[in-house]
Design a protein around this ligand. Structure first.
Ligand code: URA
Ligand code: SF4
Length: 208
């Protein structure tokens, strides 16, 4: 099969969604997403589209979804490899979850300049990729890290403190929402977000 044409400059969300939905497998999605130009500001500034990491060897046990790549992710093309990623790896290990058995994704695949919060239009454009990724991966549990990801799954009025600690059924999948590792870093090792994130990852592990 010929490669899917990546979405062109300023392509609307529907075009991204159509392209993503047509990807028969992870490899073709990765090729198409890597050339995506839909968001003019983000595609002009990025080094890499951070499509996501998948589990080695088949269906992942869990999928983690962050907000958007930061500087080190943009440079390397891999999700959660910077400071947040280091803490995430530590807390996953502590919870008994092996990152290599999971998939790691973001709501938005290109780094927003200065690490600003992704705009609603960028989230809307990039959503087609994430929808198709979740379908292809078909993991038993999804963990939304931080408010951007939590809102993507649970709606714009989501309050993390109210939804964390238990699974929510979304499109037939168990979706957990918890704090972002960057919040755990900001509030320090004895802060509430770090304790909550550790507790929630342990609950996810226990559910598998
Ligand atoms: N923060 C995120 O939300 N995602 C990353 O990949 C890195 C930092
Ligand atoms: Fe395409 Fe998503 Fe990057 Fe926007 S953020 S250019 S939709 S891959």
């Amino acid at each position: 099969m010929a490669d899917l044409a990546p979405p062109s400059l300023d392509a609307p969300p529907e075009e991204v969604a159509r392209t993503a939905a047509a990807a028969p497998d992870w490899a073709s999605l990765e090729v198409a997403a890597s050339g995506c130009l839909a968001c003019p500001e983000l595609s002009a500034a990025r080094q890499h589209v951070v499509v996501g990491d998948v589990a080695t060897g088949g269906r992942p046990r869990f999928v983690l979804v962050g907000e958007a790549p930061g500087a080190q992710e943009d440079q390397t093309g891999r999700p959660f490899v910077g400071r947040s990623g280091a803490l995430l790896d530590q807390l996953l290990a502590q919870a008994g979850l092996d990152r290599a058995q999971g998939a790691v994704l973001n709501v938005v695949k290109c780094r927003p300049p200065g690490n600003r919060t992704p705009k609603a239009a960028e989230v809307a454009r990039c959503s087609g990729w994430l929808h198709r990724q979740l379908e292809l991966l078909d993991a038993p549990a999804v963990v939304a890290l931080g408010l951007s990801a939590a809102k993507w799954f649970l709606g714009p009025r989501t309050v993390l403190a109210q939804v964390r600690g238990r699974p929510h059924e979304v499109d037939g999948r168990a979706v957990w929402a918890t704090y972002h590792p960057s919040a755990a870093i900001r509030f320090g090792p004895n802060g509430a977000p770090r304790a909550a994130l550790a507790e929630d990852l342990a609950a996810v592990a226990a559910s598998l």
